[in-house]
Design a protein around this ligand. Structure first.
Ligand code: AMP
Ligand code: MG
Length: 416
């Protein structure tokens, strides 16, 4: 019997559709969390600064603050009129003197440069003694200007920003003790497949261990979600419908793996259709062709989003990174879809490209070239552990050594 080839949809098209839906259903609830506990959350309200950072001119070196005009030439001597450690407020600088200053200390009013101590000789004497300045400074030298990092009244972080460690530090530097963040997405996860058993159980004949549960659970946690793990659901229409209804309760997204192909044992799509609505696609990508998207009706009258990933372990890993992760960001109001690819040089031959766009598991060799994992089968999870990046290869594109290729680093995909 001749098989008709289904039309394949470009990844961009299905992603745009999913993001449109996710954005209209973005989570509205926010939480005020201590800045110390806000790591990796998504900011719901911009952070403005009420202060200049730094709040005053301060020195970036241990040394002497002085007026450039008070130094006629190299080797000139100035009396030391005060000592200003970090955290101490100095007095205005007396003309014709220098102030001993330490990194982070305020530069006293009247001083217009700092000379680092390595370019001076301290000369003991009455009071704080004198300093011989061996290298005359340029005006402004070693002074960090008030407001050079942040100006009072400016926005330092935007709604939708991912709270990276450095973003938390910036928020703290303007004095923000708490941040308003989006509530975590609540995601229910289950695996389908009568062949699956959980690690810890004996492997019966015909069975395999459920690996997707572990990969997807961790990917969801890494994406900042609160995850409900609903285990394995048998390959039957009724069991799948019941699992979907349960999963929808109290969750923003129901995520599944397996059962979205067109085989007789693939029950997810009709079950989702019966419990809500469904758009099932054949996506022009490899791995990861079948992808199901839709929503499940809830008892409270609302709907939970549904995403059904293919069962092959590499397919579900790759489709998570390229579709679920962006949807989760959109649900939280983040504008980030996918990280920008980086260009690198292939150090391998790829003579039989697929007619679909491929996401090949690759990594860098010792000289910065790109090498490929030999077995690119969507069942070979070893490739995903070995790899550092997905090579985004256009449909039908052969690759020869020396060709420039586009990479999506796994680290960037998992930390967008
Ligand atoms: P399916 O999408 O259900 O047709 O599954 C495609 C392939 O992925 C089959 O070889 C399944 O045995 C395998 N598979 C499905 N779910 C999982 C899972 N949770 N862990 C590991 N392999 C799976
Ligand atoms: Mg299956």
């Amino acid at each position: 019997m001749a098989e008709s080839r289904p039309t394949l949809k470009p990844l961009e098209e299905v992603l745009a559709r999913m993001l449109d839906v996710a954005r209209t259903r973005a989570i509205r609830e926010t939480e005020l969390v201590p800045t110390l506990q806000a790591w990796w959350r998504i900011l719901a309200r911009p952070v403005y600064s009420a202060i200049d950072v730094p709040p005053e001119d301060n020195t970036s070196m241990d040394g002497y603050a002085l007026r450039v005009a008070d130094l006629p030439q190299a080797g000139a001597l100035l009396p030391v009129s005060q000592r200003i450690p970090a955290g101490v407020v100095g007095r205005p600088l007396q003309p014709g003197t220098a102030a001993r200053v330490f990194t982070g200390a305020q530069v006293p009013p009247g001083a217009d440069a700092v000379v680092m101590q390595e370019q001076c000789d301290a000369i003991a004497g009455e009071g704080l003694g004198q300093v011989q300045v061996n290298v005359p400074p340029a005006p402004g030298q070693w002074i960090r200007r008030r407001g050079e990092d942040v100006l009072a009244g400016s926005q330092v972080l935007a709604a939708g920003d991912r709270l990276t460690p450095q973003a938390l530090g910036l928020a703290a530097s303007v004095g923000a003790a708490e941040l308003e963040v989006c509530r975590r997405p609540r995601v229910a996860l289950f695996s389908t497949g009568d062949e699956l058993v959980m690690p810890g159980q004996p492997l019966k004949p015909g069975a395999i261990y459920n690996s997707n549960r572990y990969t997807l659970h961790a990917l969801l946690q890494a994406a900042g979600c609160a995850v409900s793990d609903l285990g394995i659901v048998p390959d039957s229409r009724e069991a799948t419908r019941q699992a979907l209804r349960e999963a929808a309760r109290g969750h923003d997204l129901v995520l599944t793996s397996g059962g979205v192909s067109v085989g007789e044992e693939d029950h997810l799509k009709p079950a989702v259709q019966a419990e809500g609505w469904l758009e099932a696609w054949q996506v022009a990508m490899k791995p990861g062709k079948p992808l199901a998207f839709g929503a499940i009706g809830r008892d409270d009258g609302g709907e939970s989003l549904f995403m059904g990933l293919p069962g092959n372990p590499v397919s579900s890993f790759v489709t998570f990174l390229l579709t679920v992760a962006p949807v989760l960001r959109a649900l939280q109001g983040s504008p980030v879809v996918l990280p920008r690819p980086i260009e690198a040089r292939a150090a391998f031959d790829w003579r039989r490209p697929d007619r679909r766009r491929e996401f090949l598991r690759v990594r860098f060799d010792a000289t910065g070239g790109v090498e490929i994992f030999a077995n690119q089968s969507s069942g070979v999870l070893t490739s995903a552990v070995w790899a550092e990046a997905l090579l985004d290869n256009p449909a039908g594109q052969a690759i020869a050594p020396g060709d420039m290729v586009k990479l999506l680093p796994l680290s960037a995909l998992m930390s967008a």
